[in-house]
Structure formats: structure tokens, C-alpha cells
Design a protein around this ligand. Structure first.
Ligand code: SF4
Length: 68
């Protein structure tokens, strides 16, 4: 059986996406599909690496949520 490797994003412990999910404000989808999968397409990750400002309420796909 094929084994799917889990690769946790290096920013996970300090990322607000984790905090919002823990508080029940955000669907687990984001953590499951980005943070636990090596963040391959995470916009937050890319901006963090480039030293670019990104607000806490910006999701891994780059959309912003007014309710966060
Ligand atoms: S939201 Fe992006 S930067 Fe934050 S922990 Fe998840 S993958 Fe990493």
C-alpha cells in the first residue's frame, strides 16, 4: 500500500492559521491540505519566506476572511 508522507510546515507552531483552527474559527481543511502537506502552494508561506507582509486573516490560498 502506498504511504502518504506527512510533512508539517516549518511555520506551523507560530502560524495564526493553526491558532484560528484550534479556536474553532477555521475549518480544519486548511491545516490538513496545506500545513500538514509541506505547504507546497501556501501563499502565506511564500510571503513569509520573502519577508512580505501578510495579515493574520489571510488564508493559505491568499483569500482574506473578514470574520477572523
Ligand atoms: S498556513 Fe501556510 S505558512 Fe502557515 S503553517 Fe500552514 S502552510 Fe505554513
Amino acid at each position: 500500500m502506498e504511504k502518504i508522507a506527512q510533512e508539517v510546515c516549518k511555520w506551523y507552531t507560530t502560524c495564526p492559521i493553526r491558532t484560528f483552527t484550534g479556536q474553532g474559527k477555521l475549518e480544519p481543511y486548511w491545516v490538513e491540505h496545506y500545513c500538514m502537506r509541506g505547504n507546497k502552494h501556501c501563499v502565506r508561506f511564500r510571503m513569509q519566506e520573502n519577508g512580505e507582509y501578510h495579515p493574520d486573516n489571510m488564508l493559505p490560498d491568499g483569500t482574506k476572511r473578514d470574520d477572523l
